[in-house]
Design a protein around this ligand. Structure first.
Ligand SMILES: [Zn+2]
Length: 391
């Protein structure tokens, strides 16, 4: 009797999960609803829906290269994290975006000597969370690297007293010292499990070791079945494995895009951290001049190690309007490449190299008339480098 009761209970639970899953998928593409296991993992659903507000364009803020936890053992490091929170707060209050994308290098894991670096990750998403704005994140090359012991710690002054856990952390994870780094999977699991507003996903298992591979649909306000734009997120590697988008990821993109947008009628935007080699080909030589749009061009493009097919696929889809990357803190331009745009975000964090003024790239998707615009909002309120990416 006890057994059958528990079976009954399990089935009731399953039923409610299914009901929830179907409700949460309303307005999303239906192709995923029959994947029972995926539907049950509500927070990991490969296509969660976002809705634009009635009569308003859909606005996205990109926070790139925040580098929380830099020099975590000093007084300087934690001060930079406070500065980064100030930048994000200024941008969020000035722009009131509908959605935020954390474009990698959220933390500087190679500087973080704690068992669970999610405590720093959590600080980085806090300004967005406290304002009730949903977000998604992708990984950069610094997010899951193991701790790198500074060489000078082995000179006469010796190893400084390392602070564990993070001084201003409210995170309730493991809090002892550890130098192994926190893997992408753990960081993503923590973000997803602890945040109802997170739209991130740890992606299909067959794409491992790359994790942040998923698609989000933004629906128009009038009709949940009518997509306004698709947002594709890809993990460009680095840290615990090479800096590359694999052929398997490219194939995954091809399958997803052909399934959800077969007639290429819905615009598509692509987000990852490390610029592909194609960025080097379009980079302006000195300054930023037409047809590129931007304000700083202060370093060479630091591209991925190899190209295994993703760019060829993007170039063949006229629905793909732009790719957005971070990684190069001294670049903030958008340049045309074939039928699409290759864009850098703007260095948002006070962590990481470079002292160029901080800001964030904003993207605005409008339905009627159809257009995709972008500009850069600075910490001091200035706005510049507006560019029309699609009309
Ligand atoms: Zn980077």
């Amino acid at each position: 009797m006890a057994v059958s009761l528990s079976v009954l209970f399990s089935f009731t639970l399953l039923f409610f999960h299914l009901l929830l899953a179907v409700q949460s998928d309303q307005g999303c593409h239906k192709t995923h609803n029959h994947h029972l296991r995926r539907s049950l993992q509500l927070r990991n659903s490969p296509e969660k829906c976002l809705r634009a507000r009635p009569g308003e364009p859909f606005k996205i803020a990109l926070f790139a290269d925040l580098h929380f936890g830099e020099d975590a053992w000093t007084d300087w490091g934690p001060r930079q994290d406070v500065n980064s929170i100030r930048v994000m707060s200024a941008v969020l209050d000035a722009e009131s975006p509908d959605f935020v994308i954390y474009l990698g290098d959220v933390i500087t894991a190679n500087n973080i000597p704690v068992a669970n670096a999610s405590s720093y990750w959590d600080q980085a998403i806090s300004p967005t969370r406290t304002r009730g704005i949903p977000w998604a994140s992708v990984f950069g090359n610094h997010d899951d690297a193991p701790f790198e012991w500074p060489l000078e710690w082995f000179s006469a002054p010796g190893i400084p007293q390392v602070r564990c856990p993070a001084a201003n952390s409210s995170f309730s994870g493991e809090e002892e010292c550890s130098f192994r780094g926190t893997h992408r999977l753990q960081l993503m699991k923590d973000e997803i499990e602890q945040n109802a507003l997170s739209y991130s996903s740890n992606g299909p298992k067959d794409l491992w070791p790359s994790i942040s591979n998923y698609v989000l649909q933004v629906s128009s306000p009038q009709d949940a079945q009518s997509p306004l734009v698709y947002l594709y997120f890809l993990d460009s590697g680095g840290g615990s494995y090479p800096e590359v988008i694999s052929n398997a990821q490219a194939e995954w993109f091809r399958r997803q895009s052909e399934k959800i947008n077969p007639d290429l009628s819905i615009p598509e935007l692509i987000f990852w951290h490390i610029p592909s080699k194609a960025y080097s080909g379009v980079a302006p030589w000195f300054g930023v001049r037409k047809p590129c749009v931007g304000s700083i061009n202060k370093e060479k493009v630091a591209s991925q190690e190899a190209e295994f097919g993703i760019m060829g696929l993007l170039e063949k889809r006229p629905s793909v309007k732009a790719v957005f990357v971070g990684h190069n803190h001294g670049l903030d331009w958008c340049c045309p490449h074939k039928k699409l745009w290759l864009c850098f975000a703007r260095h948002t964090g006070y962590g990481g190299y470079g002292s160029w003024a901080r800001g964030a790239r904003i993207i605005e998707v409008s339905k009627q008339p159809s257009s995709i615009k972008s500009w850069i909002r600075m910490e001091n309120g200035n706005v510049h480098s507006e560019v029309l990416l699609s009309s």
